[in-house]
Design a protein around this ligand. Sequence first.
Ligand SMILES: Cc1cc2nc3c(=O)[nH]c(=O)nc-3n(C[C@H](O)[C@H](O)[C@H](O)COP(=O)(O)OP(=O)(O)OC[C@H]3O[C@@H](n4cnc5c(N)ncnc54)[C@H](O)[C@@H]3O)c2cc1C
Length: 245
Amino acid sequence: MRDICIVGGGVAGLAASIFTARAGLDTIVVDGGESILARNASLENYPGFPDGVDARRYLRLVHEQAQGAGVEVELGRVSSVERIEETNPESGFVLETDGGDPLEVRRVIAASWSDSEYLVPLDVGRIQRGSKHYVNVDEDGRTAVEGVYAAGRLAGEPHQTIVAAGHGAKVGLTAIHDSDVNFYHDWVVPEGYFTGRDRDVPPGCEEIDDEERLERDVAARETILEAFAEPLAEKPTMHPSVDRE
Ligand SMILES: Cc1cc2nc3c(=O)[nH]c(=O)nc-3n(C[C@H](O)[C@H](O)[C@H](O)COP(=O)(O)OP(=O)(O)OC[C@H]3O[C@@H](n4cnc5c(N)ncnc54)[C@H](O)[C@@H]3O)c2cc1C
């Protein structure tokens, strides 16, 4: 049984997965299509990109980061989630996907804007606004069903990329705290930051020396330079109801 399945490999889902995988949870993301962000023409309000970034390029980098963190990404739509033993909250969940084998997991993060039909059998609590359903969560992303969380736009967060990413990260941290992983913060700090004060390096944190820091900077620059080297051929996805003839 895996530790966690994140339904939806868009902005919030991938952000959550980076945190859960880096904390050592066996993490799978099941993604049924493409992020709604693929419809954007130029992402210009995501901190860190002063002149904006092509949304497809951004999504590609987030995918690469998640996979580098050890996340497994499976393509397919999740069609249902049920408890393995209905009356046992510890028993975990079984997810049905179209095409793939059923998945057994301890926890589920729903980050699948705009589909939450697969959660109906669990009765997590959904709110309908217009044609869309949102999943009811507490301030940390927990639903009414223990072990099930929701993140991003599906959880009613504002329709902005940085907010979805931040909420995904926060809900990932909630799932980490609810699991039995020993965790303080996901921090990388200079050598001596903790040990120089006679403290152990807290779980989830890492101390690195200057040589390692410079090596990581070389790798980071190579990745970014390569990612931005060529103009992208991909175009934004148009709204399905726009007549392009
Ligand atoms: C045209 C347009 C332009 C935008 N421009 C900007 C902008 O300039 N700046 C900005 O900040 N924000 C922008 N946004 C908003 C931004 O794209 C969203 O707020 C953000 O993508 C929400 O992230 P999310 O993870 O909640 O959803 P998404 O990124 O859409 O991810 C949801 C994922 O879940 C998957 N999924 C759905 N159902 C299932 C299922 N049953 N099983 C498995 N997977 C499933 C989907 O395929 C998708 O990959 C724009 C949105 C649109 C539509």
